[in-house]
Design a protein around this ligand. Structure first.
Ligand code: ADP
Ligand code: MG
Length: 229
């Protein structure tokens, strides 16, 4: 699914440059469930954003599902993002003036699926995350856990090959975190490849492999026995 070789990334700030990723090597196979851990500032989000084609790298190789990512135009990148990737963020990133079902249907809009079909698909994913009755509500009327379930439904609706999550439980209490992790584990049980950034040990152990970053380098990469949420 993913091959990354000697990947580097620096942020340029005026005359200075901050070297954030310093030669990352990473292979992720179909169906894996990987936690990316590390202290704040170690480069976790930067790596996830590059993998998610939300940012670009300076050097090295990144292949996603057999496609070499470096030379893509923004237009091509957008197409691959829509086709390959689903995102879940700590802050949910829902559109507040659109209702729940419209939020979930949005990624399908870019796949040229007609409105009726979009809504049908969106409703089926909302039902799957237990939010069918909330479809006409606005995000602000929902709890944090419910908002994250909407975000999960939205991420799944476009049937991505890879699900990327940046601290998906970071804003949730421990009971709600467990519910969300249970849902994410079930999605992986069905075969979806998942890459999740977290700084919480307990959450990381609910994945199947832990990759640890320090100062932009991988210092540990281990398969683990998954703890069920
Ligand atoms: P993490 O997610 O592990 O906390 P990040 O990948 O967000 O770390 O950030 C790694 C380093 O890069 C930090 O020092 C951060 O301040 C810096 N950084 C992140 N994004 C930017 C940016 N857009 N411009 C400049 N520096 C950035
Ligand atoms: Mg981060």
């Amino acid at each position: 699914m993913i091959t990354i070789k000697d990947l580097h990334k620096s942020y340029k700030m005026g005359k200075n440059s901050l070297h954030v990723l310093k030669g990352i090597n990473l292979e992720i196979a179909d169906g894996e469930f990987v936690a990316i851990m590390g202290a704040s500032g170690s480069g976790k989000s930067t790596l996830l954003n590059i993998i998610g084609m939300l940012d670009t790298h300076d050097a090295g190789v990144y292949d996603l599902d057999g496609v070499r990512i470096e030379n893509l135009t923004e237009r091509k990148a957008a197409i691959y993002r829509n086709k390959f990737l689903g995102f879940i963020f700590q802050s949910y990133n829902l559109i507040n003036f659109k209702n729940v079902v419209e939020n979930v249907a949005l990624p399908l809009y870019y796949q040229k699926i007609n409105r009726k079909k979009r809504n049908e698909i969106a409703m089926s994913y909302l039902e799957r995350v237990g939010l069918g009755p909330w479809s006409r509500h606005l995000p602000n009327e929902l709890s944090g856990g419910q908002k994250q379930r909407v975000a999960i439904a939205r991420a799944l609706a476009a049937q991505p090959k890879l699900l990327l999550a940046d601290e998906p439980t970071g804003a949730l209490d421990s009971v709600t975190s467990r519910e969300i992790m249970k849902m994410i584990q079930e999605i992986n049980d069905e075969g979806k490849t998942i890459l999740m950034v977290t700084h919480e040990d307990e959450i990381a152990h609910m994945c199947k492999r832990i990759v640890r970053l320090r100062d932009g380098m991988i210092i540990e990469d281990t398969k683990i026995n998954q703890v069920r949420a």
